[in-house]
Design a protein. Structure first.
Ligand code: DGJ
Length: 734
């Protein structure tokens, strides 16, 4: 059992892989944080308990035991003397807004229980899951605010073989008056120090997940979304690490929220030079009315520790998500090499054109053709038809069934695109149900890409989408579905709910989306779902739970992709990263197909181009690249990923590698951008190899031991020209 409790001192010690997490109930009943970091063996950690004294101007607790303002706590309250960020905020019926939580009881549960409740009975929020007993255990600590009649259960799921603890909180109104929950964070994590750097992933459309790092300063640094979805701009992920930690060394902590809507990760360094990180649903605009007897659960927060720097955090999260988050038939299956029609045809296609793509692509070893946007309603551009999910047979020149069969006859499987959460004002759906779009009566409707967002809080909207989509999905042999989402939410309101419940709508939207996804993925388990939001605008663990891959970016320029994929790898498994080769000189940059393919191979791999227009040498190169990808696909998808040279630090060089879990093989990928004058030889230092094993180095004609390779490196000497790539395959021979 990875959860120890010392009754005498009321101390909890959680042992997660190589990490430990400790907390203690103070004599006054506050649940205090003691430690989070590398493994410690002693349960007797009472000497770490803060006294809560010392802060002038911060009032003492009602028990007169010093101030909450300086205490390291597991779940901070509000308006009761702790002036730092609150984990929970509650307004009572009389308008008073104060919470102070004290320990009540705890339970140690085998496995991971209970599931996080979602919108309706029987539905659960997306969360990590266990593949069998013994993988993790759960500590449930009940704390309460007696005057409010509020009980909060803090859950800690402790993984045995991974340095991971996941946390969530469930509030219950056990009193006699309604409570308004204005913030229910998933986790509050305290550190007795602030000499950390914070790393986050910022971006924009076609510029997703750039790595940004800065030292903590006194005050608050926040990353968040108010867009109704997690967004391109900031990912619900942060690292805190020692100031000198790098890719391979130093202590680092990863924090990731399993949620796809408005989120907030707030890091506050205090007057006492301590640090509090709170993460969860963004409290801004949020309020949830809990009637007596009702409850509300937060999404799950993933906490991860490593003393192998940032790379250690990434590898732990990649493994966790591959094994304990991604679900379904495609979890461990080799994913198909796709060809997607979007950049090849946009809205201008018919069945003959798509079949011609399939015919040409089949010659190169592509597995599946995706018909992207433009096949439904009267959709020939982006002004119309979202919501009308019936096939435009006139445009295609045949039924969907016939098209899928024709594509299959060419040797490819068939996939299709949907954007279910949207409605075009010019659509049959909108003409029949104008109220289904999110809007505020009496106010203009803000359109994005000429479309509104459907109010997914309405059960009839979800039902309609399920029905329409099911008809299409049953009508043909469909192996893949791309789920797009091309604008953020505005005019968030639902006339179905009273005034005091409007703060629930943004969260209810996400819960509605999850319910629909659960239903559809359950009804069509053989379909491979890929999430997309104008590229990677909703790349988050919540969506990964339903869809094993995400289109990483609409930007397929290879040089930009080096940064996008490098940043994405900070927390998302390579097997989840949609990466394609486009004909794409989208940035006016001319690069070889080989270069574009080598970069796209660090992902799910596929194409966004018209193969009928490619010169014969590119068709041969596609064939060669598909063959190579097939050979290395298992290693790329399941290997441990090491970032070797950062494109954020070296504008002209990037390198990364994949190492098989048993270290029997590895693939190093090196890329340059522009040739440099008077250029010099450079070295790449592989990581993660077995130091004692002897590795054959591709076709270089010699072998070296793992320790020599890792210490002395590989000399890169023949990178003449712009946009060059090298793949170096290492095979253990002894
Ligand atoms: C945005 C996506 O990211 C693209 O790949 C494509 O599917 C378009 N939408 C279609 O409208």
């Amino acid at each position: 059992m990875a959860i120890l409790y010392d009754a005498a001192s009321k101390t909890f010690l959680l042992q997660a892989g190589g990490a430990s997490y400790a907390m203690q109930v103070s004599p006054e009943g506050y649940l205090c944080h003691l430690y989070f970091g590398g493994h410690v063996g002693d349960t007797n950690l009472s000497h770490l308990l803060e006294t809560g004294g010392g802060a002038s101007f911060s009032p003492d607790t009602p028990e007169g035991s010093g101030s909450l303002d300086t205490l390291l706590q597991e779940y901070s309250g509000c308006n009761t003397g702790d002036f730092r960020a609150s984990a929970i905020a509650v307004r009572a019926e009389n308008g008073a807004r104060a919470v102070s939580l004290k320990y009540l009881a705890h339970k140690i549960l085998q496995g991971k229980k209970p599931p996080l409740p979602g919108l309706s009975a029987g539905q659960a929020l997306p969360a990590t899951y266990l593949n069998g007993l013994g993988e993790a255990d759960t500590l449930a600590v009940a704390v309460e605010d007696a005057p409010l009649g509020l009980r909060v259960t803090l859950y800690y799921c402790v993984f045995n073989d991974a340095p991971v603890v996941t946390r969530w909180a469930a509030a219950e109104n056990r009193g006699s008056q309604a409570l308004h929950i204005e913030s229910l964070q998933s986790a509050c994590v305290e550190f007795p120090r602030m000499d950390f750097d914070m790393i986050s992933l910022h971006g924009a459309w076609v510029r997703e997940r750039s790595v940004e790092r800065h030292a903590l300063f006194h005050g608050t640094q926040t990353i968040q979304s108010r867009r109704g979805s997690s967004g391109h701009q900031l990912n619900p992920f942060a690292i805190l690490c020692e100031n000198n930690a790098d890719e391979n060394r130093g202590e680092a902590y990863g924090f990731h929220l399993v949620y796809s809507g408005n989120f907030r990760i707030e890091v506050e360094s205090s007057q006492m030079h301590t640090t509090r990180l709170s993460m969860g649903v963004n409290p801004e605009g949020f309020s949830w009315r809990l009637e007596p007897g009702e409850g509300l659960a937060s999404p799950e927060a993933v906490l991860c520790w490593s003393d192998e720097g940032l790379g250690g955090i990434s590898r732990a999260l990649h493994r966790l998500y591959r094994h304990n988050l991604i679900r379904g038939e495609w979890k461990h299956r080799a994913r198909p090499i796709l060809i997607n029609s979007w950049e090849a045809a946009y809205f201008k296609f018919d069945a003959d054109k798509l079949v011609a793509f399939a015919r040409e692509a089949a010659k190169t070893g592509v597995d599946l053709l995706v018909m992207d946007d433009g096949w439904f309603g009267r959709r020939d551009d982006d002004t119309t038809s979202l919501g009308d999910w019936f096939v435009n047979e006139e445009k295609l020149g045949c039924s969907l069934h016939e098209l899928a069969e024709r594509v299959k006859a060419e040797g490819l499987q068939f996939g299709i695109w949907f954007e279910p959460e949207m409605i075009s004002p010019d659509s049959e759906m909108h003409r029949a149900h104008p109220d289904w779009a999110l809007h505020i009566p009496g106010r203009g409707r803000s359109l994005g890409r000429q479309q509104s967002v459907l109010n997914l809080t309405l059960p009839e909207v979800r039902e309609n989408l399920f029905e329409q989509m099911s008809i299409v999905l049953k009508s043909a042999d469909i192996a893949y579905l791309k789920w797009d989402f091309n604008r953020n939410l505005s005019e968030i309101f639902s006339g179905r709910f009273p005034a005091e419940r409007q703060g629930e709508i943004a969260h209810r939207y996400v819960l509605g989306l999850y319910e629909l996804l659960e239903r559809l993925t359950g009804a069509f388990p053989h379909i491979l779902f890929e999430s997309c939001s104008g590229g990677g605008g909703r790349y988050d663990p919540g969506m990964l739970y339903y869809m094993p891959q995400t289109w990483a970016s609409d930007n397929t320029d290879p040089v930009d992709r080096l940064r996008i994929q490098y940043g994405t790898s900070m927390c998302y498994p390579i097997s989840s990263m949609g990466a394609h080769v486009s004909a794409g000189h989208s940035r006016g940059r001319v690069t070889s197909l080989r270069y574009r393919a080598d970069i796209a191979m660090c992902g799910t791999f596929g194409y966004e181009l018209d193969p009928t227009k490619l010169p014969p040498e590119d068709i041969s190169m596609m064939k060669e690249c598909n063959r190579k990808f097939r050979e290395r696909q298992g290693l790329i998808a399941n290997g441990d990923f090491y970032r070797l040279i950062s494109p954020f630090e070296n504008p002209n060089k990037t390198a990364w590698m994949f190492v098989a879990p048993d270290k029997s093989e590895a693939l190093v990928q090196c890329f340059t951008v522009l040739a440099e004058g008077n250029s010099w030889d450079w070295r790449v230092y592989p990581r993660g190899l077995n130091p004692d094993a002897l590795y054959e180095i591709d076709d270089w004609g010699f072998e070296l031991h793992g320790d020599t390779l890792m210490r002395a490196g590989l000399r890169m000497q023949w990178f003449a020209g712009d946009f060059m790539s090298r793949n170096i395959y290492l095979k253990k021979i002894k």
